[in-house]
Design a protein around this ligand. Structure first.
Ligand SMILES: *Cc1c(COP(=O)(O)O)cnc(C)c1O
Length: 365
């Protein structure tokens, strides 16, 4: 028997969340972001739930090939563009659009031999200061691209650093609008947070939005708003079972470092899930968990293969009881991944991307 841990990908929830982001997009088109193997879900596993997108955006040419292999003939965008010259051959062959964020990428394009001119997304650095041309250098880059026979259509993109926070997107919107005012071409600006929190502001939706995390059922501005507020549903459930029970007397401790000590007699369930499955070791006593769909708390430290949970709210639970680490539990219970991430001092993105290879994954409703 394999260990009882299992991840389930919810196709219907992916469909629902994508429809939700379409509402946020208004008349704009929607890139479904499937980088990092569809945020840890698996590109092949999300494809059916996301086939209503207008295009798939990702970082890795191998992932782009996998999307084409699934039969997708629509747009695919490489969000960081190419990493070396020969990547352009595959872009030509598979008709993959790509970002252009630096002069070296333009140099590679200028040397590239193709009969198939490329559609490129010229990336502007409007203040995030990772990738892209600064306002001072954007127009020169645009003119260089415009003069290349290898380039067909030039679109414009930028990325927001603070769409989910108090600083907001106003300063970057202004820099982008001023710099690109008289340049032709489609525009793409907004990630999930910008589309949900700022979508009603002029120009924010532009021609394409680029939602990732919201499609995967995590709130971009948790804990300010949770997924219920945004009408999003979990797309991944991580579930396991209780494989042992301990009755602690008051004063007894559980786990490494004896970091949790019971102050009253306590029934403890031992769950087959640990940090080697991708459950964050930073979670401490109090992290929410569902047992048979009932909310309770983790106690003590996360071990490599086990965690321990307080069974007080579920007196009937015992060996074999179902445990939901995040996602959907029995009886319609939901434990958003954001709550577990928050308890670990991180974000839902990291948890869903980090489910370990040893965890079996199935696609379900
Ligand atoms: C990852 C990414 C997105 C999606 O961001 P979310 O916060 O997951 O919605 C959008 N644009 C770019 C350039 C990205 O790298």
């Amino acid at each position: 028997m394999p260990r009882p841990i299992l991840a389930t990908i919810h196709t219907e929830a992916l469909r629902h969340n994508l429809a939700r982001m379409r509402r946020a997009a208004g008349d704009s088109r929607v890139w479904g972001i499937v980088k990092a193997n569809a945020y840890g879900h698996g590109i092949e596993r999300v494809f059916d739930g996301l086939r209503a997108v207008d295009g798939f955006a990702l970082l890795d040419l191998q992932e782009a090939q996998r999307v084409r292999a699934l039969g997708w003939r629509g747009p695919i965008l490489l969000l960081e563009g190419v990493f070396e010259a020969r990547d352009l051959e595959l872009c030509s062959r598979l008709n993959i659009w790509h970002a252009v964020h630096c002069d070296q990428q333009i140099d590679m394009l200028a040397m590239h031999k193709t009969h198939q001119p490329h559609r490129v997304f010229l990336k502007m650095n409007s203040g995030m200061n990772r990738l892209g041309f600064t306002p001072a250098r954007l127009r020169a880059a645009w003119s260089r691209l415009d003069a290349l026979p290898q380039v067909d259509e030039i679109s414009l993109m930028t990325h927001f650093s603070d769409a989910d926070g108090p600083r907001g997107i106003g300063h970057q919107m202004q820099v982008f609008a001023e710099t690109t005012r008289d340049l032709p071409g489609e525009r793409s600006l907004s990630n999930s947070a910008a589309a949900l929190l700022h979508g009603d502001e002029p120009g924010v939706r532009a021609d394409w939005i680029r939602p990732g995390i919201a499609i995967y059922g995590s709130s971009p501005d948790f804990p300010v708003h949770d997924i219920a507020h945004w009408d999003l549903r979990p797309t991944m459930t991580l579930a396991s079972r209780i494989i042992g029970v301990q009755d602690l007397a008051a004063g007894e401790s559980v786990g490494y470092g004896s970091s949790f000590t019971a102050d009253v007699p306590l029934r403890i369930g031992v769950v087959a899930c640990g940090y080697a499955d991708g459950y964050p070791r930073h979670c401490t006593t109090g992290t929410p968990v569902l047992v048979e769909g009932v909310r309770t708390r983790m106690v003590g430290r996360v071990s490599m293969d086990m965690i321990t949970v307080d069974l007080t709210p579920v007196p009937d639970a015992g060996f074999g009881s179902e445990v939901t680490l995040w996602g959907r539990g029995p009886g319609g219970a939901v434990l958003p991944i954001d709550e577990v991430a928050h308890a670990a001092g991180t974000v839902g993105y990291e948890l869903m991307c980090a489910v370990a290879p040893r965890v079996p994954v199935v696609v379900g409703e």
